[in-house]
Design a protein around this ligand. Structure first.
Ligand code: AKG
Ligand code: FE2
Length: 312
């Protein structure tokens, strides 16, 4: 034991002696808590587990090696070493009290990682929750080392004079890594991607409809004999419009293929809008002067080249 065999026995006895009875060694409570820290795209904005000390005597942390555990060392937060195949052991509040501050309970917190999920299995070794009263061991209270704290109820009702933070979970509390975990709200990227998707769809529908509407209007406006030529022209124009519409849709869909970070390519939205305007102008505002002959209509190649003043 940490304080030597004799004191170890004394500590153990203190941990298992209640106000009403003396309990056996195996009455020491071992509580298992499993923490799951999801990946987080912006770890600097998130907290996995807030800074706290464990109320236990000792905590044993089995971890999957993702180094997120922070420990206050003097005045600096340092990342605890996460050696593969090792466990991390924390001194908790109960041991700090019993040892009269010779061991100090570790203030620690958990961050989250951008790339990796962190999982930890923590075993808290604690006195039985019912009615154990903790106080510094008399052997460790001397003139030069007065009691750092009076008697405290392990349930966490620490007297005001207590220098020890009775923090973290209570023995019978349902522990809560996920609810302690706060990940920042989604960045704008997914929102923009979602908008892009909707916008692309709407745009595509508008494009196909406008092509269709233009075609029908053209047909209505044309004399019978020009219909065949105009149909050819419209088809050629329709192809250009369809191409432009597809390009616009592709540009809008592009953000979907991009990773969630870095920042959203908002400016991309302008390109399809310009294309849309271009197509619209081709569709609805053909050059007023162009009056293609049946022979050359197809050569103009511009969408909706009808020469019809009705459309513009
Ligand atoms: O996940 C860890 O390494 C620490 C978890 C912790 O501090 C706790 O559960 O009390
Ligand atoms: Fe902890």
């Amino acid at each position: 034991m940490l304080l030597g065999t004799d004191r170890g026995d004394t500590l153990e006895k203190a941990l298992t002696t209640t106000t009403t009875r003396t309990v056996a060694d195996d009455d020491l409570l071992l509580q298992l808590k499993i923490n799951y820290y999801p990946r987080c795209p912006q770890p600097e904005l998130a907290v996995g587990v807030e800074a706290h000390t464990d109320v236990s005597a000792l905590s044993f942390i089995l971890h999957n090696g993702v180094p997120v555990l922070q420990v206050l060392h003097g005045t600096r937060w340092v990342t605890a070493r996460h050696e593969p195949g090792t466990i991390i052991v924390h001194v908790g509040d109960a041991l700090e009290i019993l040892s009269n501050g010779r061991y100090t309970s570790v203030l620690h917190s958990g961050l989250v990682n951008r790339e990796a999920v962190r999982i930890s299995w923590v075993v808290f070794c604690e006195p039985p929750p019912d009615c154990v009263l903790l106080h510094p061991l008399p052997e460790l209270v001397t003139e030069g080392h007065p009691a750092s704290i009076g008697v405290v109820d392990f349930r966490g009702v620490a007297p005001a004079s207590s220098s020890v933070a009775i923090a973290d979970h209570q023995p019978d509390e349902v522990v809560c890594a996920p609810s302690c975990l706060t990940c920042p709200p989604p960045t704008a990227a997914p929102v923009v991607r979602d908008l892009s998707r909707k916008f692309a769809f709407i745009l595509y529908v508008i494009m196909s409809k406008s092509t269709f509407i233009a075609d029908v209007s053209v047909m209505r406006a044309m004399p019978q004999e020009e219909e065949a030529a105009v149909a050819t022209t419209t088809m050629a124009g329709g192809k250009v419009a369809a191409l432009l519409a597809t390009a616009a849709a592709l540009l809008l869909l592009l953000p979907l293929a991009l990773p969630p970070l870095p920042p959203p390519p908002t400016q991309l939205l302008f390109v399809p809008v310009v294309l849309l305007l271009l197509v619209a102008s081709l569709a609805f505002c053909p050059a007023a002067t162009s009056s293609p002959s049946p022979m050359h209509a197809a050569d103009h190649g511009s969408f909706g080249t009808t020469g019809s003043p009705h459309l513009c």
